[in-house]
Design a protein around this ligand. Structure first.
Ligand SMILES: NC(=O)c1ccc[n+]([C@@H]2O[C@H](COP(=O)([O-])OP(=O)(O)OC[C@H]3O[C@@H](n4cnc5c(N)ncnc54)[C@H](OP(=O)(O)O)[C@@H]3O)[C@@H](O)[C@H]2O)c1
Length: 247
């Protein structure tokens, strides 16, 4: 299991949930992983888990909405490692609200994290990847970005934007040898999903063909494929990983 041997990766939002699982699996597969989180110390358990991996974890603490900090982070990666092979835009937030109850300030925050930070990091990473003529960018979208969902006007719009950005960036960056794909998870057992409330979870489970929530590790497996050379001819794709979920 060394599919990413020697590769340099940046994974945002790696303190918990899907990002944490992706960073861990990438390190297990030989990558040097710059793991991003906001709170200093929140990557300590990831560091401990990956101590004996063939790759390694290097914490990079910054808020993805801080464009100057994101630029510094990518410059540090370039300086220390000389290249960036994979960017995973995973950090995301999902405050739900029904139409009529949407707070403009919260809506703007969702777009800052889920859309503008992704746009900025794509640009920063692409500048490094264009020079090396290779790279893989993976964005975390969602099935609701494809199908929509009640109570998620803002979140679904932000993930729809991620899907559109993925397709456009794939077309624009393909001549430079850079692949850009998205993963569209269904309902994955993380803090973000649990924030819908325990009473709603059992109802939602009935809508999943496989009859269970997905695990963060199952999304990490999809990310591993897209990051690796196994996906060398795969770009511009929105890879559903939803256990046959109906939204
Ligand atoms: N879980 C699902 O069912 C599901 C389904 C479809 C798509 N997704 C997408 O998958 C991604 C990961 O979701 P998840 O379920 O793993 O969520 P999660 O458990 O809530 O974790 C979110 C991660 O993003 C980080 N984050 C949030 N805002 C940030 C910021 N401004 N700067 C840096 N990091 C920030 C969080 O850091 P802190 O610890 O500092 O808060 C945390 O590490 C998201 O993009 C989400 O929209 C999830």
């Amino acid at each position: 299991m060394d599919l990413l041997k020697g590769k340099i990766a940046l994974v945002t939002g790696a303190s918990r949930g899907i990002g944490n699982a992706i960073a861990e699996l990438f390190a297990q597969n030989g990558a040097s992983v710059y793991a991003n989180a906001r709170k200093i110390g929140s990557l300590d358990s990831l560091l401990a888990k990956c101590e004996n991996s063939s790759g390694r974890i290097m914490p990079l603490y910054f808020d993805v909405t801080d464009a100057a900090a994101a630029k510094q982070a990518v410059m540090r990666i370039k300086k220390e490692s000389g290249r960036l092979d994979c960017l995973v835009n995973n950090a995301g937030i999902m405050p739900d609200a029904l139409i009529g109850m949407i707070d403009q300030k919260v809506a703007r925050e969702v777009f800052e994290v889920n859309v503008f930070a992704v746009m900025e990091l794509i640009q920063l990473a692409a500048r490094v990847m264009v020079r090396q003529k290779s790279g893989s960018i993976i964005n975390l979208a969602s099935i609701v970005g494809v199908n929509g969902n009640k109570g998620q006007l803002v979140y679904s719009a932000s993930k729809g934007a991620v899907i559109a950005m993925t397709k456009t960036a794939a077309k624009e960056l393909a001549p430079a040898g850079i692949r850009v794909n998205a993963i569209a998870p269904g309902m994955i057992d993380t803090d973000l999903f649990r924030s819908v409330g325990a009473e709603k979870v059992s109802g939602l489970l009935r809508n999943i063909g496989l009859g269970r929530l997905g695990k963060p590790s199952e999304i990490a497996n999809a990310a591993l494929f897209l990051a690796s050379d196994m996906a060398s001819y795969v770009t511009g794709q929105i890879l559903g990983a939803d256990g046959a979920a109906l939204v």
